[in-house]
Design a protein around this ligand. Structure first.
Ligand SMILES: [Zn+2]
Length: 567
């Protein structure tokens, strides 16, 4: 009897994968690779990035821009996004099989779409747009040219960022599960093991590192084999990477499962992650170690505040060793094609006097995941939401004199926050004597500086922040500076290809930029939040023109410049 191919695939999948993951089936012949050159990856799905998992594939473009980008399957253009960071310029194509593909960091769109997008930008008077496009307006066939590749937005070199999403719930899926032509028959590498004392917070200890040895293809062990620990409850984390055939580029691993005496306890898998949950990567990695200059470590345990949906399946991965018996540990690491690496060692609990907790005295009030709590003084308060913390932790609080006003130091930047922290500061009487209009709240940490216009209530300013740091109320009187690049008042610009401006503010953040040509809005781009650039097009005809450029900071201080020129 002959079984259909999909059934054979299903059976293989069920028997070869750990019991803790649900079975999922993906179509294998539906999507084509979106470039005309052989497919090679600079990054894969689930790779570890600052504050997010990598949500698609970074496909190499041979260090070039403007390669034709092709529709991965039949469908229609459902959305276009243009933004200074992130995707830069991106197209979403919706397919009739329930998936959406996304193509990002693009230089340009196919002509009809480019014309439509530009018309919308002029209608909305905004270069930055997120346009939902009605079905049927721009249908595409598999392999149709839809765009040219580039390096726009949050991209550090020419490549195509490609995503596959489940349209119904906008969840990103691992594109390597769809049978794209990326050969890979090499097993992942495991390079580091870290051990945590789970009787205390992961943020109130430094993990113990164990050296790893390779003993064969895909086989690893801990040097000395036996890991003796001083804590009755421990968890583990690893550093690991995967490579594709014919490439040395270190990509992310697909899954890892922790076994104690051959029983699977927990595991994670990079198969589907939504943008709503992507910041939870800060609970997946050992954030403190990374933030303080160490390597990426991926926890083989689910922190208490990493609530579902998460990449973890099974239990929490914390191992109770209080029976004092030697246990066999195995960590099985796979890539998306099932190539496997195994790390085996033994572990034994031996009580000792010194624990990580006693080693460093802790300051500050203790806060817990899943619990709303506050800390209040006469002139500063902060609120930690139920979904803010991943593990319990003491949060230090200190006040120091400005200038020009008190600085409130809250927490440590190596403690990650999922939902933002609310900070309230009471302004000094003399500081708000002239009104609160130009007072901003500044968060700083080292050279990092962020500014927000706070909300006011009875002399208290409040703002929400995604990270701990030093907080201060500052009077902002200084407007942004606009520096013209290659344009002077009275200039003859008949041969120029573009006009550009550099806009800087003393506190760093530009709240608004607007340019008007002869009283009409003119579209300046602002890729990577660098210079504001207008490339001459039909919106500036030959003749004499007046260009008015204005920029405002977050506090609302505005600078306006006027230039006359001839085109
Ligand atoms: Zn990418």
């Amino acid at each position: 009897m002959r079984y259909p191919i999909t059934l054979i695939f299903l059976l293989e999948f069920v028997f070869s994968s750990a019991q803790i993951f649900p079975v999922e089936i993906y179509p294998h012949d539906y999507f084509r690779d979106p470039l005309e050159i052989p497919m090679s990856l600079a990054a894969n799905f689930g790779e570890l990035r600052p504050n997010h998992y990598h949500m698609g594939l970074d496909i190499r473009t041979q260090h070039r821009e403007n390669l034709p980008v092709l529709a991965a399957a039949d469908g229609y253009v459902a959305k276009v996004v243009i933004e200074p960071l992130g995707f830069g310029q991106a197209i979403y194509i919706r397919h009739p099989n329930g998936y959406t593909t996304l193509y990002a960091h693009l230089n340009s769109f196919f002509p009809a779409l480019a014309a439509y997008v530009e018309a919308q930008q002029y209608r909305l008077e905004s270069w930055q747009v997120s346009l939902d496009i009605p079905a049927g307006m721009f249908p595409v066939k598999k392999g149709d040219l839809i765009a040219y590749s580039g390096n726009r937005g949050g991209s550090q070199g020419p490549h195509l960022h490609f995503e596959i999403r489940r349209t119904a719930d906008d969840t990103n899926l691992n594109p390597l599960l769809f049978g794209l032509p990326v050969p890979d028959n090499t097993a992942p590498e495991i390079v580091r093991l870290a051990v945590y004392d789970r009787n205390v917070s992961v943020y109130e200890q430094s993990p113990r590192f164990c050296a790893i040895q390779r003993t064969g293809t895909g086989l690893f062990t801990v040097t000395g084999d036996l890991v003796t620990v001083a804590a009755s409850r421990v968890s583990f984390a690893i550093s690991a990477f995967d490579t594709q055939s014919g490439s040395t580029n270190p990509n992310g691993i697909y899954e890892a499962v922790l076994y104690k005496d051959e029983v699977p306890l927990t595991g994670f898998r990079m198969n589907n992650i939504s943008y709503n949950d992507t910041r939870n990567i800060n609970a997946h990695i050992d954030y403190k170690t990374r933030e303080t200059g160490g390597p990426f470590l991926q926890h083989l345990s689910r922190l208490p505040g990493y609530t579902p949906p998460s990449i973890y399946h099974g239990g929490d991965g914390v191992i109770d060793l209080s029976d004092g018996v030697v246990h066999n540990i195995r960590i099985e690491v796979k890539d998306a094609y099932g190539n496997t690496a195994d790390l085996r060692y033994r572990v034994l609990y031996k009580p000792s006097v010194m624990t990580a907790h006693e080693a460093a005295p802790l300051t500050g009030k203790e806060f817990y995941p899943g619990m709303l709590d506050t800390y209040e003084t006469n002139d500063c308060a902060f609120y930690i939401g139920e979904k803010s913390l991943y593990d319990s932790v003491h949060i230090p609080f200190n006040v120091s004199d400005g200038p020009p006003s008190p600085v409130y130091s809250i927490g440590e930047t190596y403690i990650p926050l999922q939902e933002p922290l609310l900070v309230r500061i009471k302004a000094k009487e003399d500081q708000i004597a002239g009104g609160t209009d130009r007072i901003v709240m500044v968060r700083s940490h080292g050279k990092e500086k962020e500014v927000q216009r706070p909300e006011w209530q009875g002399g208290w300013a409040s703002a929400r922040w995604r990270e701990f740091g030093d907080f201060q109320l500052v009077q902002d009187e200084e407007a942004p500076r606009i520096t013209p690049l290659g344009i002077k008042d009275g200039a003859l610009l008949s041969k120029a290809t573009q006009m550009a401006f550099r806009v800087k503010d003393d506190l760093g953040a530009i709240g608004d930029f607007r340019a008007e040509l002869d009283g009409r809005w003119l579209c300046f781009t602002n890729d990577k939040r660098l210079d504001y650039i207008y490339k001459f097009d039909m919106h500036c005809r030959p003749g004499r023109h007046t260009l008015k450029v204005s920029a405002a900071d977050v506090a609302g201080n505005r600078t306006t410049s006027i230039y006359h020129f001839t085109r």
